[in-house]
Design a protein around this ligand. Structure first.
Ligand SMILES: Nc1ncnc2c1ncn2[C@@H]1O[C@H](COP(=O)(O)OP(=O)(O)O)[C@@H](O)[C@H]1O
Ligand SMILES: [Mg+2]
Length: 305
């Protein structure tokens, strides 16, 4: 059977969903940790060694997780993904998309550069400068967010509400990512997760948080919504701005009804969305990835018939 690698250190529900979806299409997908891969630049070897693949390359790879670690470790994992793509293996999402979206500063820059509405954001190294910006924004009446640059699932995000909060200001490994807080429309707290696969909005849901953090991982509830054309257009433009095959786009609707893109996730979870959506999201992802594979001789003959 043709083989696929799913890069993950924690397969869980998503890993199983993907494995079943690949199996339905006749592919055997195995879980592999990027920590176990090697670059072997010696004669007679394929340069990327993936455990369980007998020195051969997989038909394609699905990236469900890139482990954290030192800068060297993370760059090594990304090198493996870059190298696989250069060797002709479809990598979903590819290393460039992951690099851009994991880094909140670069995501904000690319969104802003493409003219996509996104909250005002500052990223600085100097603590005094960060404090000045926050003081100024608070004095203008804005609440502020500080976020870990490589954070996810709402972890480590703080809301700065008053000058006294500045006493506890901490950096994200030396860097300050500061963003204006957007007061959302409607009652309570909510944002919208829009799931996009290759230029198509597959599904969307409203996430209602217990407080201003609307991540499912932080206990937000999910409710399916039908995105209006403006939201669809915005989500598609955001995914294009970062250059992704598929993505989970986080959008907030402000008190005026305008949409702002908060972030674009290149390794989004979809368990919450699947619970309120009829379509099989794992199958749509897998089918979109498999479309990139060259047809085998038999398949070419079938198409020709
Ligand atoms: N500028 C903001 N204004 C209001 N709420 C925000 C803002 N930024 C983030 N949030 C809330 O925090 C959640 C997590 O922020 P996000 O930037 O998506 O980080 P993570 O990568 O941890 O999900 C968002 O889904 C949203 O509910
Ligand atoms: Mg998010």
């Amino acid at each position: 059977m043709k083989k696929i690698a799913i890069f993950t250190d924690d397969p869980g529900w998503h890993g199983r969903q993907l494995q079943q979806a690949f199996l339905r299409r006749g592919y055997q997908a195995s879980y592999v940790s990027l920590t176990q891969c090697q670059l072997v630049l010696a004669s007679g070897f394929i340069p990327v060694l993936i455990p369980g693949f007998d020195g051969c390359l997989p038909e394609a790879v699905f990236v469900r997780g890139v482990p954290g670690g030192s800068l060297e470790e993370v760059i090594f994992y990304l090198d493996i993904l870059h190298a696989l793509k250069m060797l002709g293996v479809p990598v979903y999402n590819d290393a460039q998309a992951i690099e851009r979206s994991v880094d909140k500063g670069m995501t904000s820059f690319l969104l802003q550069r493409s003219g996509i509405p996104t909250p005002e954001t500052w990223q600085v190294r100097d603590r005094e400068v960060a404090l000045e910006i926050l003081e100024q924004q608070l004095s203008l009446g804005h609440l502020m967010m500080t976020k870990p640059v490589f954070g996810s699932q709402g972890e480590g995000i703080r809301r700065i509400e008053k000058m006294a909060d500045l006493l506890w200001l901490t950096s994200s490994r030396g860097i300050y990512y500061l963003q204006r807080f957007v007061h959302c429309s409607g009652d309570g707290f909510s944002d919208i997760r829009v799931f996009v696969i290759k230029g198509w909005v597959v599904a969307a849901m409203k996430r209602r948080g217990r407080s201003w953090l609307n991540n499912v991982a932080q206990g937000a509830t999910c409710e399916a919504v039908v995105p209006d054309p403006k939201l669809e257009e915005l989500a598609l433009a955001a995914v294009q701005a970062i250059g992704m095959d598929y993505a989970g786009v986080d959008v907030i609707q402000d008190k005026n009804g305008d949409y702002l893109v908060i972030e674009v996730n290149s390794i989004p979870a979809w368990k919450g969305l699947q619970s309120v959506c009829e379509l099989n999201i794992a199958q749509l992802l897998v089918d979109n990835l498999l479309e990139r594979l060259p047809l085998t001789n038999n398949e070419v003959a079938d198409v020709a018939l």
